[in-house]
Write a protein that binds this ligand. Structure first.
Ligand code: 0L1
Ligand code: MG
Length: 254
């Protein structure tokens, strides 16, 4: 019998100590439900250490992201308060294995949402939308993983930065994005790369987390997924990202 708690401990320790581990799960060795159970157990360990749940991230919601990591299914992960980096703040590379950054759209929930919902119902549950950056950090050596591995590893969740909030009716369907390192563009894209419209990612989030008896809670942040490929971070880099109509988000790597 598989020891899912043992997998959870291994992956949580890798994240806690920022030490890479070999890929340990093949798709044929762990079902997707088991991988999400490992994820839940690893995040419970964080909660036991005093962290607080603050939302969800959706992952691999764009073709470019799927191609970058060779996994072609939308996935999700759980966010905690310890993962949040203040807008304009500093990210300490020492706490990460090999972090990357990608531009996203964040939703702030005002009502619970779960199960099969329409885009209109999803939007009615939103308090605000914001430009955001996600810092992903696979705990697997060389960012090499299969679907089960990455889901068990909390879908590479490790950090996020949220910019200024806007009214929920703000149109975020197709907004231009320029992500820069030290003022030089490294990724250019559009929010339309996120499942054609980021609201579809929120709809998918409500449906997918329900399978694990979770729901999008009032006050939760939901990251809709990367709009471009993710870019490798390095010490000293200043990351800034311009979102059309939404403003900028930035942080520095120490
Ligand atoms: O889109 C994402 O946030 C993907 C997370 C999992 C894959 C990766 O680490 O790039
Ligand atoms: Mg992401």
């Amino acid at each position: 019998m598989k020891n899912l708690a043992n997998f959870a401990e291994i992956v949580d320790e890798a994240a806690r100590t920022a030490k890479a581990i070999p890929q340990f799960v093949g798709d044929d060795e762990m079902t997707l439900d088991e991988a999400y159970a490992v994820q839940a157990m690893s995040v419970s360990r964080r909660i036991q250490r005093g962290e607080r749940r603050v939302g969800f991230k959706m992952g691999l919601t764009s073709r470019v992201k799927m191609e970058q990591v060779g996994v072609s299914e939308v996935i999700w992960g759980r966010l905690t308060d310890a993962m949040r980096v203040e807008e304009g703040g500093v990210l300490d590379m020492g706490g990460y294995v090999h972090p990357r950054v990608e531009p996203e759209i964040a939703y702030l929930m005002k009502k619970p949402l779960s199960g099969d919902v329409s885009p209109m119902e999803a939007l009615a549950a939103v308090e605000a939308v914001a430009p955001a950056l996600e810092i992903i950090d696979s705990r697997y050596e060389n960012f090499k993983f299969a679907l089960g591995d990455v889901v068990a590893d909390n879908s590479s969740s490790s950090g996020f930065v949220v910019g200024g909030w806007h009214a929920p009716e703000t149109d975020v369907a197709n907004l231009g994005i320029i992500m820069k390192f030290d003022g030089r563009p490294v990724e250019i894209g559009s929010t339309a790369a996120i499942l054609g419209n980021p609201i579809r990612s929120l709809v998918a989030a409500a449906r997918m987390v329900a399978r694990s008896s979770e729901r999008l809670e009032p006050g939760y942040i939901v990251l809709a997924g990367g709009a471009t490929a993710a870019a490798h971070l390095a010490p000293g880099v200043h990351v800034s990202c311009e979102f059309q109509n939404l403003g900028d988000v930035e942080f520095r790597v120490a």
